[in-house]
Design a binder for this molecule. Sequence first.
Ligand SMILES: *Cc1c(COP(=O)(O)O)cnc(C)c1O
Length: 395
Amino acid sequence: MSITEEYIACGEKNLLHTYNRSPIVFERGDGVYLYDADNKKYLDFAAGIAVFALGYNNKEYNDALKGQIDKLIHTSNLYYNIPAIDAAKELNSITGMDRVFFTNSGTEAIEGAIKSALKYAYTEEPADDYEIIAMEHSFHGRSMGALSVTGNAHYREAFGTGIGHIKFAKFNDFESVKALVSEKTCGIIMETVQGEGGIYPADEDFLKKVRKLCDEKDILLILDEIQCGMGRSGYMFAYEKYGIRPDIMTSAKALGCGVPVGAFSMTERVAEKSLVPGDHGSTYGGNPLAGAAVVEVLRQFKEKDIVGHVKELTPYLEEKLKELASKHECIKETRGVGFMRAVELDRPAGDIIKGAQEKGLIVISAGANILRLVPPLVIEKEHIDEMIDILDSLL
Ligand SMILES: *Cc1c(COP(=O)(O)O)cnc(C)c1O
């Protein structure tokens, strides 16, 4: 057995089988390339599912973490810590939100966002039957609350009724949202760009109308920016393009670039009537190590103008994908925003993903027929060319 085969056999014996993993054992990364245990090189167009935005083996990021490890890793939220305070100040200045709570994952950020909306409504008028409107084909995470607002029956099937009082509207269909609004509606939650559901951006008209409806009815608009946020759309947060602002937003994935950290943020107007001491907490959430990761990530975003880079290269990526689509009939459509792209095929994407791995390219799917491209945000033209060449040869 090769080293890789030995590791896979041991993993399959000991890990709970909740993933159908590709037979690759990654050992190290450098820039936009990954290397497996047998030292095979792969161009990475997945970034650990839209996480590692700044590229692997990023010296300044590694040094920032190492420095924090030597100082202090964890203290609990019974006390203040400097990196979390710095991270909160910087993140608020970027999101335009006023207050943030750091979590350990995206799904926990969604939990916090849901609780924040429920508490806001409860403060205004105590009741236990407030409703939230979520979108069909959405994905918000795997914990029970996040699962309850995830509009995909397949993910929810075996796990009961969830938290209740959730209604599902059609994404990008304003009338279907409006039809579900009642006196009990306290929040409307959606991804600004649906990720797992197949890379579908919210239409401008739709999102603006939902924002207006929320204003009129004192409903909180919750935007999930966990995948599409942090520069991926060509804007720091995807909602900026629409000229609107959510009342509550969630972030994670690229926020810590590999250190597990998420966040839910809100405006002061929401915070004033929402969670208070005793309502919410987390042992790890926003610990010094996670805080240091966020501070360093945001610092590099600014210093390297990552958003500007995504904006600059987006037309090139778009053009190359269009060219590819015009050459291959099996491509039904390409769509997306910034460095968050879908290549929709007329057949299951699994064989292409496997073939790409053999040729040293990592891509993932978003639904059975859709190739999803969510590369590190530091890719250059040459990496786009390399990706296109490999997909071209496979299609
Ligand atoms: C990944 C994702 C989540 C869940 O985040 P985890 O860190 O996996 O818990 C929630 N919402 C969206 C849009 C995501 O892409």
